[in-house]
Design a binder for this molecule. Structure first.
Ligand code: ATP
Length: 514
């Protein structure tokens, strides 16, 4: 645990030191669970958003984009069920006065059991070497089978109690498992209560006439209320999807995990409208498709897993998370939900307007079913950033800190250095930059020895460094150094653009989804 905490602290401090993420309003001591993205963070975030948008909207001829407002008519949230049911179970520790999500306390307990299973697997892998059969080991090793059974039983019970709103049983479960407050070690808990996560605000100039509004807690509802407008104007036929990215707001009970759980965050959501009865097929399709998107970034298959939900939200008939191995363990990164016709039917009921599709093949009207994919942009940022940050032991016994961001997402694609600050080298370096900057984000750096400049760009996540030296003036060649391998090549200046392009081009990365 200590190593995990240490690694996570390194991620947070690196994000600050290299201009990725700052605490909001830091000069006023910050605002809890609200963050600002700095010069590099804004670029990385933009690149992730674009990588998602291209994969969803540009590459699917049956998905179109939308940019709905954050403010929506307040009845939206009554219809969607958020006013009545968008809450989390909270529990307070009476001694430490710390507040927790009751379900998360139990899930963290289960994560510890899963950690034990992983340890057993590691030990056995070492012991048996090539002969090791993981599947067989998981199915037959008694200790592992017992752990697995325990974890499943706990999660099932939690799911059932939450579904039945049996909060007393959630508390009982916490007591039976002897879960202690992570801060104080105390097991002195209050009862579990529900807490609504929506932020309220007011619209209007005078106190008497002002209207109570909510900041949207998810972007999805903006898609649902626009369903018919988009369908008609785009002349889309079912099945088709609407995608959007944008801010969402949740008054999270516990927000101590940097940008993993924020009170203001960004979502990238896609609602796919389908014929009733075809939801199983599309749910499977989108689960698979979204996993392929993640894997295309090359961050390691072992770092992802599906988690099928036992407890379903009020709108869903099937739901799964794509979980990622964050520095604090496997946690939800994206949700794929089969939402039935719940949302459109509710909006139809509350607005009195028909939200139906006329199916020309079947010659009838119906309210479409929906399969949704929903990923947090900030969570994706944390997944990419934390997975990329590595300390490497070098052959000469030193270590280097390197941010091995997938090159397609890196904020700066190349840094150009003159070997020395004279003899016309800075001028040639600037000439190269002036040419490259039409295609890529590039930067110029002439400070310190070249070795230190390389290290700075390694830590910054820049995939290429280009060094201009005296030979460059004579034969128009430069040294290009690759961040991950540290390999250096002498290449013609005229080839630099295509070398970078090959590595950072979004097309070749997205092609890996095929
Ligand atoms: P969690 O169980 O972690 O609270 P959730 O199941 O409530 O998440 P959804 O409502 O399914 O999340 O939202 C879809 C996605 O939005 C999540 O998978 C996550 O990536 C992101 N997300 C949700 N809440 C937050 C938050 N407070 N901060 C950052 N990202 C979030």
């Amino acid at each position: 645990m200590a190593k995990q905490e240490d690694d996570f602290k390194k991620v947070i401090s690196h994000a600050k030191e290299y201009g990725y993420v700052f605490q909001s309003s830091e000069i006023y001591d910050g605002l809890s669970a609200v963050y600002d993205y700095a010069q590099n963070g804004a670029e990385l975030k933009k690149n992730i958003r674009e990588y998602w948008w291209k994969a969803m909207v540009q590459l699917n001829d049956n998905i179109v984009g939308l940019d709905a407002a954050i403010f929506m008519h307040p009845t939206t949230w009554k219809a969607s069920g958020h006013v009545d049911a968008f809450s989390d179970p909270l529990i307070d520790n009476k001694d430490s006065k710390k507040r927790y999500r009751a379900d998360v306390l139990v899930e963290d307990y289960v994560a510890k059991i899963e950690g034990k299973i992983e340890k057993e697997v590691k030990k056995a892998t070492k012991r048996f070497g090539d002969a090791f059969d993981k599947e067989q080991f998981l199915a037959t090793n008694q200790r592992v089978v017992d752990y697995q059974e325990k974890a499943t039983t706990i999660l099932k019970r939690l799911g059932k109690s939450l579904e039945k709103e049996d909060l007393a049983d959630v508390k009982k479960l916490i007591e039976e498992l002897e879960i202690a407050c992570p801060m104080s070690g105390s097991k002195n808990w209050t009862d579990v209560k529900q807490f609504n996560l929506m932020f309220g605000t007011k619209l209007g100039a005078s106190a008497e006439t002002a209207m109570d509004l909510y900041l949207r807690p998810e972007t999805a509802q903006g898609i649902f209320v626009n369903f018919l407008n988009v369908q008609k104007t785009s002349r889309m036929k079912i099945p088709f999807g609407i995608a959007q990215t944008g801010k969402a707001f949740r008054n999270e009970i516990v927000a101590r995990q940097f940008i993993f759980r924020m009170r203001e965050f960004e979502q990238m959501e896609m609602q796919f409208f389908i014929k009733p009865g075809s939801q199983k097929e599309w749910y499977g399709h989108w689960k698979e498709h979204r996993m392929k998107w993640h894997l295309s970034l090359g961050m390691g298959e072992d770092n992802y897993r599906f988690h099928d939900h036992e407890k379903l939200a009020h709108y869903a008939d099937a739901a799964a998370d794509i979980e990622f191995r964050f520095p604090f363990g496997f946690k939800e990164l994206e949700g794929i939900h089969s939402r039935t016709d719940f949302d459109l039917s509710k909006h139809q009921e509350f607005s009195g307007k028909k939200l139906q599709y006329f199916d020309t093949d079947e010659n009838k009207n119906y309210v479409p079913y929906v399969v949704e994919t929903s990923i947090g942009l900030d969570r994706m940022f944390l997944a990419v950033f934390s997975n990329s940050l590595q300390e490497e032991e070098l052959e000469n016994g030193t270590t280097r800190t390197v941010l091995k961001l997938p090159a397609v997402l890196a904020p700066t694609k190349a840094a150009v250095f003159p070997l020395v600050k004279k003899d016309g080298l800075p001028e040639l370096a600037h000439e190269i930059i002036d040419d490259l900057k039409w295609d890529f984000n590039v930067l110029y750096d002439q400070k310190d020895a070249v070795g230190r400049r390389y290290r700075r760009q390694d830590a910054n996540g820049t995939p290429f460094c280009i060094t201009v030296d005296h030979q460059s003036l004579e034969d128009k060649t430069v040294t290009i150094r690759h961040r991950d391998t540290m390999e250096q090549q002498r290449v013609a200046i005229s080839d630099v653009k295509s070398i970078i392009h090959k590595e950072v081009d979004m097309k070749s990365w997205l092609m890996k989804m095929k």
